[in-house]
Design a protein. Structure first.
Length: 138
């Protein structure tokens, strides 16, 4: 059996807990360095009951992630449209179009990766959401 340790995730309060075990195949020490995302890790932790969030904190985080996903998808779509048409535009471009095109130029594929990963974070938070009374005390 693994030696478990609880870590409070920095949210400004102690309402998010991640339990990790040394050397566990899905543990935090196995996050690949080449990606800023860990959606599958969060899903695994939530499925195993090792990621636990109070309902209020989960709801707030879910709302933020869903807004972020909407922004990523809008910028990704704008960048795809920009790349698929002539660049002489009138009227002027909206900021999200410029942002999307710029992001794709300096970090190609990042928006696609974010669009793939953010739904995993959302699914993990939904699985990890617990009413305050359901949290372990100790």
């Amino acid at each position: 059996m693994a030696d478990w340790a609880e870590h409070e995730v920095a949210t400004g309060s102690s309402d998010v807990t991640v339990c990790t075990g040394g050397g566990h195949a899905g543990g935090l020490d196995h996050v690949p360095d080449e990606t800023p995302f860990a959606g599958q890790l969060f899903l695994n932790l939530a499925r195993e009951g090792r990621l636990v969030l109070d309902a209020d904190a989960a709801d707030e985080l879910l709302a933020r992630l869903e807004r972020s996903l909407g922004t990523v998808l809008a910028r990704l779509e704008a960048a795809r449209r920009w790349n698929g048409c002539g660049h002489d535009r009138d009227p002027p471009l909206h900021d999200y179009v410029v942002d999307g095109v710029f992001i794709e130029q300096i970090a190609p594929g990042w928006l696609d990766q974010a669009a793939d990963e953010l739904p995993r974070y959302i699914a993990a938070l939904r699985l990890a959401r617990r009413p305050a009374a359901a949290r372990k005390t100790g």
